[in-house]
Ligand binder design. Structure first.
Ligand code: NI
Length: 137
């Protein structure tokens, strides 16, 4: 069996959001989401780490050209950058803009470009917490 190599690349974007569950009252929302329930929203500087895994292409000596990852990443991230996620990004009208939901959204979008080579993504929401999604092998 041939070994697989992985490559990770990091991207950054900024976005605003407000966590609020419409089926719950204001007190419940404040208790559940704490500061992220702030009425007028708030921002995060997100860091996204994308890990690609695959065999080395004999012709190029690479798994994938970096430009291909950049193209995929920017196609997915640019529509979120400097946006209010809940108000300006359709997906988050029906999904809460939690780190868990955002990382799931990013995975589905990136997979359209990178297919099986997409191995893992890691989304930092603050310096203290990150969300991960990894392909099951
Ligand atoms: Ni937040």
């Amino acid at each position: 069996m041939k070994l697989q190599v992985s490559l990770s690349r990091v991207y950054r974007f900024s976005a605003a959001h407000r966590l609020h569950a419409p089926q719950m009252d204001d007190e419940g929302n404040a208790r559940l989401y704490d500061k992220c329930n702030n009425l007028n929203g708030h921002g995060h500087d997100y860091t996204l780490e994308i890990t690609i895994r695959g065999r080395i292409d004999q012709e190029t000596g690479m798994i994938i050209p970096l430009q291909d990852i950049d193209r995929a990443a920017h196609s997915v991230i640019d529509p979120l950058d400097h946006k209010h996620l809940d108000m300006e990004v359709g997906y988050f009208r029906t999904h809460r803009s939690t780190g868990e939901e955002i990382v799931q959204y990013l995975w589905d979008q990136l997979q359209n470009f990178l297919g099986d080579k997409l191995f893992k993504i890691k989304l930092w929401e603050t310096n203290n917490n990150y969300f991960e999604l990894e392909r099951k092998s």
